[in-house]
Design a protein around this ligand. Structure first.
Ligand SMILES: C[S@@+](CC[C@H](N)C(=O)[O-])C[C@H]1O[C@@H](n2cnc3c(N)ncnc32)[C@H](O)[C@@H]1O
Length: 491
């Protein structure tokens, strides 16, 4: 069932809240979780796990997407602790194995955002020792011991990871933890660079995404049938004479700052006979992206490492340039945008995504706190800071909790700990568009446009940035997901 949902939706992460609603409304998930207490009896614990295991949608969901819900997280943390206690004492029920598989995959996907208490660290050590000793003595290694540890740390952290023979039940876990890692290391060797990254901020940004490629994703719904540029663009309801845009049969498309490839792969599947160049600073992100493209059998993308600042050196022009969530991480976004503009062909289109100053006020305040205490962005600090936000019931918590980024380590780093972040206003965007000789063609997000039309019913207003500025003033959360808009060079 979940696979088919993923196929028809563009991103599983974006429909996760709907799946959660369905789980809470149509299954007994809430009743079961409400039985979880800090001190839970064996009987209740076994009862809850048996029931959760019967919830097939939940079990599958846990394997494919970080669950963006704090109530579930809180209870999973307690369940995981009890699993550890019982595994440590060798009295965990074997019948819970399917739940352990799902939970360990969920923890891998959220990059172990649940953290570890002192008591847990001790018990993990002891189970790790037990596995090592059993290996030494040629004794059988329990799947439950392995699974329990993998609810706390990735397999690659354990010295025995390459020595254990995995049972058939654990093959999917092995694939998730080890195969992907090895494949990406190999892929990384084949990725070419356009030049050495030299800009001071680009070096810092590159380091962040080498350590934490973002976003980590598993599933993507692709276009069933690629179409011509005009057909695809026509869906967006832009302020544009379609006769005047490129009619290239085999469009050249640049994805500038492709990250882990979601965007590049979606675009590659959308445009007929397209040739995509996907550029990013981070080898790790590019390797993730290329592995996913290979898995999905998308072969019209060239992945290349480099800085937008050095793009002119490749001396190529493009029919479409897309750069979403990237320019605001540069030292000088205008300079980056200017370089992208210089790579546009005549009659070409550009899709840009930028952070909104209004929508990110709460993030700005939290970032100020982090900067004030000079908190380094390592795993421990990220987990601790997040925990403090929750425990102190920070006044921005409700907004933050609704962001899927809050539920993975790389997401929190991107959301709150980024080394470089600019925010834009609509006036600033207008100023930059003018300076660059670009015209605004319209926003991308259909839902945002539908809401706007409820207030401004005149169609022409959709393309009037002054009206949008007015609208955002009254609805400051409108661009919580970024300003994403199309533009092109003035004829
Ligand atoms: C927040 S991620 C967004 C990734 C992707 N656009 C998406 O929407 O999924 C930002 C990406 O931009 C890349 N990036 C930032 N500055 C860049 C630059 N100057 N040149 C190339 N890539 C850059 C980063 O390495 C990172 O992978």
């Amino acid at each position: 069932m979940l696979e088919s949902i993923a196929l028809i939706c563009s991103k599983l992460n974006s429909i996760a809240p709907n799946i959660l609603n369905g789980l809470f409304l149509n299954t007994d998930l809430k009743n079961n979780l409400s039985l979880i207490k800090d001190k839970i009896t064996n009987k209740d614990f076994n009862y809850v796990l048996e029931n959760l295991q019967k919830n097939c949608l939940l079990m599958q969901f846990m394997k494919v997407c970080p669950i963006p819900d704090y109530y579930i997280e809180k209870n999973f943390v307690k369940i995981r602790k009890e699993i550890l206690n019982q595994t440590y004492k060798l009295n965990i029920d074997k019948n819970h194995i399917n739940f352990l598989i799902s939970l360990s995959m969920q923890c891998f996907l959220n990059e172990y955002i649940y953290g570890q208490s002192k008591d847990e660290i001790e018990k993990i050590k002891k189970i790790d020792e037990r596995i090592k000793n059993n290996l030494k003595e040629n004794k059988e290694i329990s799947d439950l011991d392995i699974l329990c540890l993998l609810c706390y740390e990735p397999l690659t952290n354990f010295s025995w990871s390459n020595k254990v023979k995995f049972s058939d039940k654990l093959k999917e876990i092995f694939k998730l933890h080890l195969n992907q890692n090895e494949i990406e290391i190999q892929i990384s060797k084949s990725i070419k660079s356009i030049s050495k990254v030299e800009d001071r901020i680009s070096i810092k940004v590159k380091k962040q995404y080498e350590e934490n490629p973002y976003p980590r994703w598993e599933n993507l719904g692709l276009s069933i049938e690629p179409r011509e540029i005009k057909e695809v663009i026509n869906d967006n309801d832009l302020n544009l004479d379609l006769k005047k845009i490129t009619n290239s049969e085999s469009p050249e498309i640049l994805i500038a700052g492709c990250g882990t490839g979601q965007h590049a792969i979606t675009t590659a599947s959308k445009y007929q006979k397209s040739k995509i160049l996907a550029l990013d600073l981070s080898f790790k992100s590019l390797s993730y992206a290329k592995r996913k493209a290979n898995e999905l059998k998308i072969n019209n993308i060239d992945f290349i490492q480099g800085d937008i600042l050095d793009l002119e050196s490749i001396d190529r022009k493009f029919d479409i340039i897309e750069s979403v969530g990237v320019l605001h991480h540069m030292d000088n976004p205008f300079k980056g945008w200017k370089i992208l503009t210089s790579c546009l062909n005549k009659d070409s289109l550009m899709l840009i995504g930028l952070y909104s100053e209004k929508a990110r006020q709460h993030i700005k305040e939290i970032k100020n706190k982090i900067n004030k205490i000079k908190l380094q962005s390592n795993y421990k600090n990220i987990i601790k800071f997040r925990k403090d936000l929750i425990e102190n019931n920070d006044n921005h918590l409700n907004y933050i909790k609704s962001s899927p980024d809050f539920y993975t380590v790389s997401g929190v780093r991107d959301l709150l700990f980024h080394v470089q972040e600019h925010r834009f206003t609509i006036s600033k965007i207008k100023e930059y568009l003018d300076k660059l000789g670009l015209i605004f063609l319209g926003f991308e997000d259909q839902l945002v446009k539908e809401k706007f039309k409820e207030i401004y019913s005149n169609k022409i207003d959709l393309y009037n940035l002054d009206k949008w500025e007015e609208y955002e003033k009254n609805n400051p959360r409108t661009f919580a997901g970024m300003y994403q808009f199309w533009c092109k060079k003035i004829d």
